[in-house]
Design a binder for this molecule. Structure first.
Ligand code: UFG
Length: 346
């Protein structure tokens, strides 16, 4: 019998790519989303890529405890991957109550519903933001977490702790995996799903593609006076399809009883640091487009350099990032061009 995976926030950027990989790996999935930060574009793309017109979609808010319980009662959920959360760092500084309420309550409701059902395998989508400005790079899972620089980052840390505590108290009924993502970028090679930021993008790659397509005038590179080889920040950019495949490995590990501990942590990155300028240059070169950019002051809250030591995920989960930065940036550009063809330059 097929296992069923609930994908909360499954219509968004990461959730839609994970949905495709889960289906292709033979899982049944249930997508649940409140569409607060996305539309139906990616869900439709998932159906098209997988040729599956029957994927269950539940339009609901995980902050609603009874709706969450009803969802767990309706489907035979073997594992849940929890993406449903707000994710804009700057907005979280302006609206901390909204962030804490949404991101904590939705996860608590998932855990309560899982507990009430007698247990579940829970995969939480965490972030390298929990490491703050690390004292040493690359970071391993043992690298100490730092105080969060934003309410958004703090919700990731708090949800990590909440899951650890729930697993501990559950006597084996709840198992957990925390995946700490580095910088997910790119799009599915079909160009049918990708990142769809609302308004002005906060993140680098959507800003690059929107500038290249003419939606934005100029990319600001935030800071060229960092203590790095070219003065711009270093990050670990991970292809979204590679990242999605890590979720399949993690879900299988939980379902196959392969976990070494009841709650595990994995870094999901490439181990390859790239500067902002290197990324911009690679984008121009691989796509044959000229990007209008200028150097601007540093952005508040940015760390100088962070990249993953992915050895634990490589060795214990059998997962490894495989895509080159060129492939990833080609896919990101193909997706932006697809959006232009479909919707014009709105
Ligand atoms: N950058 C620019 N110009 C832009 C946007 C970004 O120069 O217009 C630079 C940033 O200063 C940074 C790099 O590009 O040096 C990457 O910035 P992103 O905003 O794309 O990503 P961050 O590393 O800041 O943040 C990402 C996720 C967060 C997560 C964090 C964890 O977006 O959700 O990684 O490290 F918390």
């Amino acid at each position: 019998m097929k296992n069923t995976v609930l994908v909360s926030g499954g219509a968004g950027f990461i959730g839609s790519h994970v949905s495709v990989e889960l289906i292709e790996a033979g899982f049944d999935i249930v997508v649940a989303d409140n569409f607060s930060n996305c539309d139906l574009t990616c869900f439709k793309g998932v159906k098209k890529i997988t040729g599956r017109d029957d994927i269950p979609l539940e339009v609901m808010d995980f902050c609603d405890a009874s709706a969450t319980k009803a969802l767990f009662a309706k489907y035979p959920i073997d594992a849940v991957i929890h993406f449903a959360a707000f994710k804009a760092v700057g907005e979280s500084v302006q609206e901390p109550v909204m962030y804490y309420k949404n991101n904590l309550l939705s996860f608590l409701n998932v855990l309560e519903a899982a507990q009430d059902k007698g247990g579940c395998n829970v995969l939480f989508s965490s972030s390298a933001t929990v490491y703050g400005e690390p004292d040493k790079v690359p970071v391993t899972e043992e690298t100490p977490r730092k105080p969060a620089a934003s309410p958004y980052g703090n919700t990731k840390k708090m949800c990590e702790d909440i899951l650890q505590d729930c697993v501990k108290a559950s006597n084996g009924a709840i198992k957990g995996i925390l995946l700490r993502y580095f910088n997910p970028i790119g799009a599915h090679p079909s160009a049918l799903i990708g990142e769809l930021p609302r308004g002005v993008p906060n993140n680098l790659v959507p800003f690059i593609t929107q500038t290249a397509v003419g939606k934005r005038e100029c990319l600001n590179i935030f800071g060229n006076d960092y203590p790095t080889p070219d003065g711009t920040c270093l990050r670990d950019y991970i292809d979204i399809v590679d990242l999605a495949k890590a979720h399949v490995c993690a879900v299988k590990r939980m379902l196959d009883g392969k976990m070494a501990q009841p709650c595990e942590v994995f870094n999901i990155g490439t181990g390859r640091p790239l500067s902002v300028l290197e990324l911009v240059n690679a984008f121009e070169k691989v796509n044959g487009v000229k990007l209008n950019y200028r150097f601007a002051p540093r952005r508040e809250g940015d760390v100088t350099a962070i990249w993953a030591d992915p050895a634990k995920a490589n060795e214990q989960m059998g997962w490894k990032a495989t895509r080159s930065i060129e492939e990833t940036l080609k896919a990101a550009w193909a997706w932006e061009c697809h959006l232009k063809t479909t919707y014009g330059n709105e």
